[in-house]
Design a binder for this molecule. Sequence first.
Ligand SMILES: C[S@@+](CC[C@H](N)C(=O)[O-])C[C@H]1O[C@@H](n2cnc3c(N)ncnc32)[C@H](O)[C@@H]1O
Length: 300
Amino acid sequence: MSTTEIPALTEAELKLLQALVYQECGMHFDDRRTPFLQDRLLRRLKECQLDSFYSYYRLLISQQGKQELSRLLENLTVNETSFFRNKAQLDLFQKDVLDDVLRRKQERRDYSLRIWSAGCSTGQEPYTIAMQVADAMSYYYLRNPLPFESPVPKPMVPAPWRVEILASDINYSVLRAAQEGSYSEHQMAGVDYGYRLRYFDKMGDRYAVKKNVKELVHFDFHNLKTEYLPQRNDIIFCRNVMMYFDEAEQKRLVEKFYRCLNPLGYMFVGHAESLLGLTDRFQMVHRNSGTAYQRIEAKA
Ligand SMILES: C[S@@+](CC[C@H](N)C(=O)[O-])C[C@H]1O[C@@H](n2cnc3c(N)ncnc32)[C@H](O)[C@@H]1O
């Protein structure tokens, strides 16, 4: 069937499809983003060789349409990302936030650090975090030596620490690329030579993340719309994800993030995002143009 034979999307069909997408993943398509939604729906509908938006909707809500539904959601996500995105915020993370978290944990002899990159796209964010954690830990132990010898050569993370960076997304194809960890010169734009030399292997015209960095990061599928999200995190990064949700969904998500964090844990959101007006359970930490939010604990 040719494009011309497909009847135009009606207002009622648009509403049904918008509601379905919102219910499945929290993404909200306002008037400004409706043309994008319409374009992606038409592409998928043609791919499935269907003749109307309503029959496509029927497919999506059917048992056999599960795979097509996740394919549609993949087509609707915006996956733009980069290494060292929002440098001022990452400085705050590396210098102040990590220092505070490591110091408090070391006092309790808890040597585990768990960071979650929620909506990690093709992996630049969690790999940036891994490189920054490795550097911060080496520097931390220059100033606060552990009371025992470290093996030679030095591991990425000094014993007895265990670092786990969980990186998740709703889009399987970006997760596959992230797991692969191979980047073009263009994608490496934000990575300076020190980092390239220490943490990447040059493979032809691409840069592959070194094995010891990859070992710190674990990729998994998680839909932020669901209630079952990774718990006991010290720090959560959810940057440039909530901006695609409406306010009600953002509020629900922030509440879930609160529960997914350890006491006094931190959260980072995107440059154009804020927790102000969404919650009063976090306090803002702001230094040198970098912003983070720390969990507020109820007084005992
Ligand atoms: C613009 S990218 C941001 C990547 C990275 N956090 C950064 O700031 O560079 C947004 C990512 O959020 C993911 N995403 C959107 N909705 C999601 C949901 N409901 N659950 C999990 N991930 C979602 C998208 O697939 C996409 O990879």
